[in-house]
Design a protein around this ligand. Structure first.
Ligand code: RB5
Length: 149
């Protein structure tokens, strides 16, 4: 399973650590930036990762900004993307089991590297449960592109 990852400047340090961790886990990773701590706009990087997931070019995505909020807002604008902002092991597990999340968003200014590594491992290893959750995922897909008008 291949994962694309990206961060802005606020998530850069954690992205670097998690990229090394993915290598330890022998998970193929595609790093789409940013590549330094210079200021970078989170929508640009979130769009790159979300596009890869939406097109099916990678199975999963990992996005890190200061809070994870901006990254998840942007990623969820792409059809077929279900980005989950997780802060703990419970949200990481349930976002896979119930929501079939295909992008994990993390807040680099909120969680430490140890917890982030555990969240990522649980999120990568947990399977979607299907069943009643499948019906709900289909309902999300049916709402894609709605404008409210
Ligand atoms: C950057 O200062 C910060 O706004 C960004 O990393 C993120 O937290 C946005 O949601």
């Amino acid at each position: 399973m291949k994962i694309a990852l990206g961060s802005d400047h606020a998530g850069f340090e954690l992205k670097e650590d998690l990229r090394a961790y993915l290598a330890e886990l022998k998970i193929e990773a595609l790093d789409l930036g940013t590549y330094s701590e210079d200021s970078a706009d989170y929508p640009d990087v979130a769009a790159k990762v979300a596009e890869k997931v939406a097109r099916g070019e990678v199975a999963r995505g990992l996005l890190i900004c200061g809070t994870g909020i901006g990254m998840s807002i942007v990623a969820n604008r792409f059809a077929g993307v279900r980005a989950a902002l997780c802060h703990d092991l419970y949200t990481a597990r349930i976002s896979r089991e119930h929501n079939n999340a295909n992008i994990l968003a993390l807040g680099g200014r909120l969680i430490g590297k140890g917890l982030a590594r555990e969240i990522l491992k649980v999120w990568m290893e947990t399977e979607f449960q299907g069943g009643r959750h499948e019906r709900r995922i289909r309902k999300i897909a049916a709402l894609e592109g709605k404008t409210g008008k």
